[in-house]
Design a protein around this ligand. Structure first.
Ligand code: SF4
Length: 331
């Protein structure tokens, strides 16, 4: 039986906007399994980044956690002191943010970046003693340390910067790595190369990973488990093969079947009708009902809860049996 490295319980997060309260994450329960790559998938605005931010307790700058806890090693990280939280970030958990490359200081070389961060966490270390580690990390992401350590950020290509950020995230040997759309804005070949590097790091170090993406084609290649978010809730999650083979939620099914890499015949692919809901004024019942061809009065009235539909497979839909039957999916 695999353990969970992080357990999120009953998480609800809102952001105050001029029009009202925006519910970004809505009573979510979510586990990240130790040693696995878990993909958190959803359209932009589905709440996946906000949910990931709760795992680092960095929501509070702009939003408010209304309920919930994040358990790591048996402790609720939302209750850690500032010192404990700083040690937890980097040493236990590290995150590569969207557009993380822009976080590099243009006035510092890559070696100075590595040393500045390492020194904050290990104040008694000597730079000459840890340079071999910096070199190894760059080699792990297929960069030449002799050259790259001396360079400034503007001297690196987008793909090289992203590989530096991955090396940087692994600096303090975290046990859990969160990757928020790590290959956005990179060309397809570089994306593929970066995912092969991440896969190798995962195989060699056993680091648990949470990959946030809207690209379900990427998920099929790298993830062991998947959770699909819609309007701040998880609508389906479980083992990747289980979810792909016997999808139980119409939205998850639409995401999977519209992925360019998963079906051969373009004419079979239809975009998901309608647009994502207004998170300040969510539809009653199932938030997907205005876009769902299987919606009934029950869907417009009651929020469906996650129920077990197979071994390591849960989905939240009132009519999953009808949907599966009509879509020709075997449960
Ligand atoms: Fe569609 Fe109803 Fe299922 Fe929501 S609960 S996905 S509206 S069938």
């Amino acid at each position: 039986m695999t353990n969970n490295i992080v357990e999120v319980r009953d998480m609800t997060v809102e952001f105050r906007k001029p029009r009202g309260a925006l519910l970004a994450v809505n009573h979510v329960d979510f586990d990240v399994r130790e040693g696995c790559v878990t993909a958190l998938v959803g359209e932009s605005g589905s709440g996946k980044s906000t949910l990931a931010f709760t795992m680092l307790n960095i929501v509070n700058t702009t939003g408010r956690i209304l309920s919930g806890e994040v358990l790591y090693g048996g402790r609720n990280i939302l209750e850690l002191s500032t010192e404990e939280l700083n040690a937890y970030k980097w040493k236990e958990v590290s995150m590569i943010f969207q557009s993380a490359q822009s976080a590099l200081n243009p006035l510092m070389t890559i070696q100075e970046h590595f040393w500045e961060t390492y020194h904050v966490h290990e104040p008694h270390a000597k730079e000459e003693d840890v340079i071999p580690r910096f070199r190894q990390l760059l080699e792990d992401v297929r960069l030449d340390p002799d050259r790259v350590l001396k360079l400034y950020p503007h001297e690196l290509s987008g793909g090289m910067k992203q590989r530096v950020m991955i090396a940087f995230a692994m600096l303090l040997e975290p046990k859990f790595l969160i990757l928020d759309e790590p290959t956005t804005a990179l060309d397809v070949i570089t994306q593929d190369y970066i995912f092969s590097i991440l896969d190798r790091i995962h195989q060699e170090t056993g680091v648990s990973m949470l990959l946030l993406t809207h690209d379900i084609g990427v998920v099929a290649k790298v993830a062991d488990r998947i959770a699909v978010m819609y309007a701040g809730r998880i609508v389906e999650m479980g083992d990747i093969f289980e979810v792909f083979r016997s999808t139980a939620h119409p939205y998850a099914h639409a995401l999977i079947t519209t992925a360019p890499s998963l079906l051969d015949r373009d004419e079979d692919k239809e975009p998901i009708p309608g647009t994502p809901p207004d998170l300040i004024d969510l539809p009653a019942g199932c938030a997907f009902h205005p876009r769902c061809p299987y919606a009934t009065e029950l869907c417009r009235r009651e929020v469906p809860v996650l129920r077990t539909v197979g071994e390591d497979h849960q989905a939240a839909c009132h009519h999953m049996e009808t949907f599966r039957k009509e879509a020709g999916i075997h449960g």
